[in-house]
Design a protein around this ligand. Sequence first.
Ligand code: UDP
Length: 346
Amino acid sequence: MTPGSQAAVLVTGGAGYIGAHTAKALAERGYRPVVYDDLSAGFREAVRWGPLVRGDIRDEAALRAAMSEHGVAAVVHFAGLIEVARSVSDPGPFWDVNVSGTRALLAAMQAAGVPRLVFSSTAAVYGQAGRAAGDLISEDDEKAPSSPYGDTKLAAERMIAAHCRAHGLTAVALRYFNASGADPSGVIGEAHEPETHLIPLALAAGLGDGRPLTLFGDDFDTADGTCLRDYVHVNDLAAAHVAAVGAELAGGTFEAMNLGAGRGHSVREVVAAAARALGRPVPHAIGPRRAGDPPSLVADPSRARSRLGWEPARSDLDTIVRDALRWEAQPAYAAGGRASRRGEAK
Ligand code: UDP
């Protein structure tokens, strides 16, 4: 399936953060994105590049109907639950939506004869053992998720891989490190309820639109004592999905690929970048560590480079933070989280 073909691509979870950026990128490369989303966490306003089919990811019949009605040639699958802390306190829905949902999707694809899947996966599938700060993680490293969220994404990957072997499906699982930034157009961006991510919270604190930022620990075994993460621009992630949809891969292939910039930044470096973008300090204090936070998560992205020809173009930290600020200062739509960040009752 080639760019410019106007081929229909079903984007499950396409009203969410990375899904909406990917729908835009697909449309720009001449595909027809059809968003499938129940709007439980996504936004109607983020669906702008093709039709919206409102439905549950566990609803196999509705998925099959959407695929045949729109003549879908490939699926990009984002729909799922993503909050790590919630997966610890209430794991059941994560197995239901992330694993049973993927099962329903695979069954619908098989029934409809859709041959290609790109799956939204995560660095949370990796374990933490034996890695020093800044060490790069490669796809073959040990898988030992530290949360039910990571468990469910790894289980879904394995189910997809088995499906490829058994039924000739071709699939790519893209393991994101820290998705961040926003499309420079200002029409789509990051909006989570609740917002838990560092960059939006740092910018909200600096804008006076949130509580002072708490740095979760400064006693890690890293250069400045705060955690290292690999921040990758959401538009670079979107471009990798488009490349994976069109990649030449033999039938029955399953490939997992890391998506990161290949460079770690500390929490303190992110706070400094936010202050630079804002032109004013970000009020912050040091708090305790957050349960389950590994000291360092940095990608070796060489497989995506060689297999997909992927090159991150906007993933230097200052560009990410500037793009995130443009959105954060004037979001086109917002989660209730903005109110909760200001400390108001929802
Ligand atoms: N972090 C922080 N304060 C916050 C939110 C996050 O210090 O209010 C830290 C967190 O401990 C981690 C980094 O920022 O080291 C990135 O966290 P985020 O939640 O954005 O992404 P994650 O790495 O958990 O996927």
